[in-house]
Ligand binder design. Sequence first.
Ligand code: ATP
Ligand SMILES: Cc1cn([C@H]2C[C@H](O)[C@@H](COP(=O)(O)O)O2)c(=O)[nH]c1=O
Length: 192
Amino acid sequence: MYIVFEGIDGAGKSTQIQLLKEWLEDNGLEVETMVEPTDSEVGKLIRKILQRPDATTDSVQKTLGLLFAADRMLIMDKLSDDKKVIISDRSFISSLAYQEPADWISVLNKYAKKPDLLLLLDLDVKTSVSRTSGEDTFENEEFLTNVKSNYLDLVKDFNHEIIDANNGINKVSSDIKKAVASHVGLCRDCIL
Ligand SMILES: Nc1ncnc2c1ncn2[C@@H]1O[C@H](COP(=O)(O)OP(=O)(O)OP(=O)(O)O)[C@@H](O)[C@H]1O
Ligand SMILES: Cc1cn([C@H]2C[C@H](O)[C@@H](COP(=O)(O)O)O2)c(=O)[nH]c1=O
């Protein structure tokens, strides 16, 4: 089972992945978490580029599209372990939302694994910016407004749930557990 968390910066992905992992493990399931970009040499280069003032320009965005695709290919084999629940903080769907043009990004990620379940944490853009450090050039209202719009368009192509990430942590966690329960054989109605 490959579950992917997506959403704009500061949406609560890391927070919610940890809560979901604990809940699934408490219910006897084996869980492994992944994150993109990874901590590989490619991932480290990506994080440097994300802080460049020209990160949102067409040429740098095309470079990032290539680097993100290469970075995720390094972990592709790990995503297909059917004996456990793989929960990833981001995926190639982030590339479709953050980088453009989508047709080229789709070609670059032709061999990327598609999630069994995509959870989009949908957050107000102003709240997103208020929660982030501003170190990454992407972390601005204009850019993230477009990313949010892209996400809401492209999730329709996947088995997905849209989670209102503007709620408190516990409410968001409860909504996520209810969305996941039936996919992993757990009782949805048992969740408060
Ligand atoms: N539902 C929530 N309500 C209020 N604050 C939250 C909520 N969820 C997360 N936060 C806070 O928002 C910040 C970002 O959370 P988190 O790191 O989980 O988001 P993220 O989506 O992983 O961010 P990024 O994509 O930038 O890595 C943290 O300070 C976290 O404590
Ligand atoms: C996988 C991926 C990520 N990004 C962007 C999204 C964020 O602004 C940064 C770093 O991610 P984090 O969750 O804040 O650690 O990278 C992207 O533009 N394209 C991608 O494919």
